[in-house]
Design a protein around this ligand. Structure first.
Ligand SMILES: *[C@@H]1O[C@H](CO)[C@@H](O)[C@H](O)[C@H]1NC(C)=O
Ligand SMILES: *[C@@H]1O[C@H](CO)[C@@H](O)[C@H](O)[C@H]1NC(C)=O
Ligand SMILES: *[C@@H]1O[C@H](CO)[C@@H](O)[C@H](O)[C@H]1NC(C)=O
Ligand SMILES: *[C@@H]1O[C@H](CO)[C@@H](O)[C@H](O)[C@H]1NC(C)=O
Ligand SMILES: *[C@@H]1O[C@H](CO)[C@@H](O)[C@H](O)[C@H]1NC(C)=O
Ligand SMILES: *[C@@H]1O[C@H](CO)[C@@H](O)[C@H](O)[C@H]1NC(C)=O
Ligand SMILES: *[C@@H]1O[C@H](CO)[C@@H](O)[C@H](O)[C@H]1NC(C)=O
Ligand SMILES: *[C@@H]1O[C@H](CO)[C@@H](O)[C@H](O)[C@H]1NC(C)=O
Ligand SMILES: *[C@@H]1O[C@H](CO)[C@@H](O)[C@H](O)[C@H]1NC(C)=O
Ligand SMILES: *[C@@H]1O[C@H](CO)[C@@H](O)[C@H](O)[C@H]1NC(C)=O
Ligand SMILES: *[C@@H]1O[C@H](CO)[C@@H](O)[C@H](O)[C@H]1NC(C)=O
Ligand SMILES: *[C@@H]1O[C@H](CO)[C@@H](O)[C@H](O)[C@H]1NC(C)=O
Length: 837
């Protein structure tokens, strides 16, 4: 570029930058629906016009001088007019794939002198001289990459490979493989062509004859997969001395027999990678690989061999040991491998990566094949509980083994390997449902994937010989059933180097506190999709812990043990915690947890998706935890006040009621109390209530001050003349007994109770007690028979009488003491009658 041109470029860029929505990308001036990007290192523009519905290539005008690349894929462009790119002198990359271009013109690419890559894949460019004129590429001498794949459509047999002899710089060529044609003499000019990809949906080669690659001797990379190849003649590849990569996969009619001619040729090449995946029909008979197929490879420098999806069931003995020692990577996935001699031979191989995944997988007959053969062979799978008590031979260089989804179905027994370097083992998606172990001498194992094995039982010594393990993936099993019982962390104890552990999807309800106690180097702990409600296992010993995934559990809120540990870990370094999809609650119980969320240093992942449920059932996103916390705190702090208030009120009213009841029934209670007490002491004589015989005829209840009257008159008149037996407390109470008990006992044992009423009587507490006890006796023991008899010794004014006595006097008998000669006679008579009645 000249100096003036650069200057102009700068001005132009400045102008565009003003319009741009960012400093380097903007709407292209030639087509506003396209997006242009300025590459500042070369000061040129890339235009992206992919999928804009363009019907034609835009008219570039004078701005196209700045174009470095133009992506016009996935449009509806139908033609490339002559001279359209004339001024795009700097264009290096042109992508017109996935359009409807059906014709190239001799001057279509005129002016593209710098063009390096041209992609015309998936158009309608038939391989004819009329459609792709021999001269059309003459103006692109720098072209190194040309893609003309998926163009020929159905009638490929009438077409011929286009003439590309002017592209002397071409290195990579992608074409549709044609039947009955080979690369003509013109290809001899393409001395730099090393990469040939003929595979496509339109590729249909059929038989490859020896002269096919005759004029392209420099090829290093050939892909003829998906090309309906049925036969390959000998000497097709033998001239390609530099061939290192050959892919003949997905030619289902080739079979292992067809491979034989290929491997024969390859011994004369520099082959390093050979792929013949699926050269058998999906529903063909089970196959066996024989010596002839692979024997010629033993003198090659083969590094990689892929023979997936070949219904391979057995490898003939001797074949494995024939493979070259350079072989590093062997893939035999998606076959039907069973046990056989070849496994033992395998120990001498020098491979480091082995892929034996997906054995015995089912295939969909409708989707995958039209020809269908019934398998007449019943496969015997690796499926039994076997025991091995000796070290197993193992290829010494083997580092990586993939046996994912291979229908391995047994309990993992004690397994001891001979000398080995196994670092990576994927045995996921099998049915290894009981991990008994121990795994011994797995000295280099760093990665172990045993996920999705339906394992419910793991022994405490399973990992005994795998001390170097760094990554353990045992998600999607049923380990929750057995690891709960590992109270002292024995299972994981040997794994001192473990950095990542994945225990998710294991139905674990809880883990014992010391379960991870020996994992000091752990960095990532995945426990998502389990049944945890809280966590209380120890984490603080994990000095490098940086991620805990607890999403999709049943955590309502974390308790103080969990919070304390998380804080302690997060104090020293960054700790992330994923708690999404847990059923949090927003209630007074979770208040501490919500507060912790507002102030913690722990990074809560996916925080925007946490939600919680109020007690009234409404759910809310925990976006503004602070607000929710403050509101909840207020609601909850009024709680204790209310609770105390209510409890207090209840207490007071209960007390009042009790007191009331007690007061109301105080006499009854006392009566019952003393009666019970007396009965308990055993000195209540058995009284025959029915026959009305009592120990005493009457108990005289009187005040101390009135003892004169009682001792002189009452005793004389009632005991002496009336011949009654009286009970007087002074005389008849059992000494040493409680007065109250004596009183109740006396009242109980007397037919009547005579009350000598006087102002003294009313003033005496004991007297009132006697009166009330007598009342109780009459009410509760004597079926309401009146046993009380009142004597008014002196005139007591009615207002001085207690209410209870008034009531009694109103409804019951009483007499007044007359205190005169004549009256006294009548009085004592009445008295005698009343007492003995
Ligand atoms: C700019 O162009 C140079 C040279 O072609 C290339 O290496 C670089 O990746 C381009 N930068 C961008 C951002 O495309
Ligand atoms: C492009 O060319 C036209 C005339 O063909 C001219 O008017 C215009 O200024 C040119 N644009 C730039 C950016 O130089
Ligand atoms: C193979 O490649 C080497 C360089 O890598 C080259 O010198 C030699 O000419 C090539 N041989 C053939 C037959 O193309
Ligand atoms: C080999 O061919 C198959 C089938 O087309 C393809 O899937 C695979 O990617 C090819 N291998 C490589 C390394 O390109
Ligand atoms: C192997 O090549 C020879 C010709 O060299 C051919 O006749 C034969 O059919 C080929 N075999 C297979 C199985 O393609
Ligand atoms: C065995 O493989 C290793 C790499 O995995 C390689 O370095 C070594 O050369 C191979 N041994 C032989 C004898 O080819
Ligand atoms: C193993 O083979 C299967 C089937 O071809 C493939 O899907 C998988 O990616 C391979 N694994 C590795 C690690 O190459
Ligand atoms: C472990 O295996 C499972 C199932 O095959 C797979 O989905 C997962 O990605 C693997 N994990 C790792 C870390 O490779
Ligand atoms: C696990 O297996 C052992 C040994 O077979 C057995 O004793 C134990 O009960 C099993 N545990 C569970 C949880 O099934
Ligand atoms: C923690 O990580 C650092 C850096 O990766 C490492 O040096 C240190 O040994 C680790 N500590 C533990 C206890 O694993
Ligand atoms: C949050 O939830 C929405 C809807 O449920 C989902 O689309 C989004 O991916 C989630 N975001 C994260 C980070 O999980
Ligand atoms: C439930 O309670 C929350 C907080 O107390 C309140 O914001 C919400 O409106 C309530 N929802 C209903 C339906 O009462």
């Amino acid at each position: 570029m000249s100096f003036t041109m650069r200057l102009y470029v700068h001005q132009y860029i400045l102008l565009l930058s003003v319009l741009a929505h960012c400093d380097v990308c903007f709407k292209c001036s030639f087509e506003s629906s396209c997006e242009c990007t300025l590459n500042t290192t070369i000061n040129l523009i890339s235009a992206k016009c992919s999928g804009r519905g363009l019907l034609a290539i835009p008219y570039f005008c004078n701005s196209s001088i700045l174009l470095d690349s133009f992506d016009g894929s996935y449009n509806k462009i139908e033609r490339i007019p002559n001279y359209i790119f004339r001024s795009a002198k700097n264009l290096r990359h042109l992508d017109l794939s996935h359009n409807s271009i059906s014709l190239l013109l001799p001057e279509s690419f005129q002016g593209l002198e710098e063009l390096v890559t041209l992609n015309l894949e998936s158009n309608s460019l038939k391989y004819n001289i009329d459609i792709i004129p021999p001269d059309c590429f003459k103006s692109t001498p720098q072209l190194r990459y040309l893609n003309l794949k998926s163009n020929v459509g159905y009638y490929s047999s009438t077409q011929k490979y286009p003439s590309l002899s002017s592209l002397s710089e071409l290195e990579i060529l992608k074409l549709d493989g044609l039947p009955r044609d080979s690369f003509d003499r013109g290809f001899n000019e393409l001395s730099k062509l090393t990469y040939m990809d003929l595979s496509s949906k339109d590729c249909d080669i059929g038989i490859i004859q020896s002269r096919f690659f005759q004029y392209t001797p420099n090829l290093r990379y050939i892909d003829i997969s998906h090309c309906k190849v049925t036969k390959v003649w000998k000497n097709t590849f033998s001239g390609l001395k530099n061939l290192t990569y050959l892919n003949v996969s997905y030619n289902e009619n080739l079979k292992f027999d067809g491979i034989e001619n290929i491997t024969y040729d390859l011994q004369f090449t520099s082959i390093e990678v050979l792929k013949f995946n699926k050269v058998h029909e999906t529903f063909a008979m089970n196959s066996e690989i024989g010596r002839h197929t692979l024997k010629y490879l033993q003198h090659t420098k083969l590094r990689e061999l892929h023979m997936d999806s070949n219904r391979l069931q057995n490898v003939k003995s001797g074949v494995v040991s024939m493979l070259p020692k350079t072989l590093n990577r062997l893939s035999m996935a998606d076959n039907m491998l069973t046990f056989g001699q070849y496994i033992l031979e395998g120990r001498n191989m020098n491979i480091s990566v082995l892929n034996v995944s997906f054995q015995f997988t089912s295939h969909n007959p409708v989707l995958e094949s039209t020809d269908r053969y019934e398998s007449n062979f019943k496969a015997k799978r690796i499926k039994r509980a076997f025991r091995v008590n000796f070290p197993l031979p193992f290829p010494t260089n083997l580092r990586e083994v993939h046996s994912r989804g291979s229908q391995l179905q047994f309990d993992i027994p004690r397994l001891e390997l001979m000398e080995n370097r196994l670092e990576y083992y994927d045995a996921s998606l099998n049915l290894l449902s009981h991990w008994r172990g121990p795994l011994l001498n797995f000295l280099h194992l760093k990665f172990l994937n045993l996920s999705s094995n339906y394992c419910s039982n793991i022994s405490s010594y399973f990992f005994k010989g795998t001390e170097k393990l760094e990554k353990l993936h045992i998600n999607n099993n049923l380990l929750g059933f057995s690891i709960q019982f590992d109270v002292d962390g024995q299972i994981l104890k040997p794994l001192k180097s473990l950095q990542i552990i994945d225990f998710s999807q294991n139905r674990i309800p809880f883990l014992p506190p010391l379960f991870f106690a020996f994992l000091e180097r752990l960095e990532v702990l995945k426990l998502y999709d389990n049944l945890f409600e809280d966590i209380d296992f120890r984490l603080t010993q994990m000095k490098n812990l940086s991620l805990i995934d607890l999403s999709r559990n049943r955590i309502q809120f974390l308790g103080y043990v969990a919070i304390g540990q998380l804080e302690s870990v997060a104090r020293d370094h960054m700790l992330s915690l994923d708690l999404s999809e847990n059923p949090f609650i927003c209630s007074c119980a979770s208040l501490k947890f919500l507060k912790w969320m507002t102030e913690t240093k722990v990074i809560l992942l996916n925080r925007e998706n946490y939600s919680c449920k109020y007690e009234n059932g409404t759910k809310t996103l925990l976006l503004n935890v602070n607000n929710i916390y403050n509101k909840l705190k207020k609601d909850c702090s009024s709680y204790p006040v209310i609770i105390i208030g209510i409890t207090g009120a209840i207490f007071v009213s209960v007390s009042i009621v009790c007191f009331g009841l007690f007061y109301r029934y105080r006499w009854k209670l006392r009566y019952i109390f003393y009666m019970t007490k007396n009965r308990f002491r055993g000195y209540v004589p058995v009284i025959d209530h029915a026959n009305k015989t009592y120990l005493y005829d009457a108990f005289i209840s009187y005040a101390e001050q009135d003892c004169g009257f009682v001792h002189n008159d009452v005793i004389k008149n009632l005991e002496g003349e009336g011949n009654l037996k009286l009970c007087l407390h002074k005389r008849d109470f059992l000494p040493g007994n409680e007065i109250a008990a004596n009183i109740t006992s006396a009242i109980h044992n007397s037919r009547k109770t005579v009350v000598i009423l006087s102002p003294h009587y009313l003033a005496s507490n004991w007297c009132r007690f006697e009166f009330n006890m007598a009342k109780m006796e009459s009410m509760y023991t004597r079926e309401n028979e009146n046993i009380l008899f009142m004597v008014f010794l002196t005139n007591v004014p009615p207002r001085e009488l207690p209410l209870m006595m008034m009531e009694f006097i109103d409804s019951n008998s009483y007499i007044e003491y007359p205190d005169d000669e004549f009256g006294n006679v009548v009085f004592w008579q009445k008295m005698l009658e009343a007492v003995s009645a």
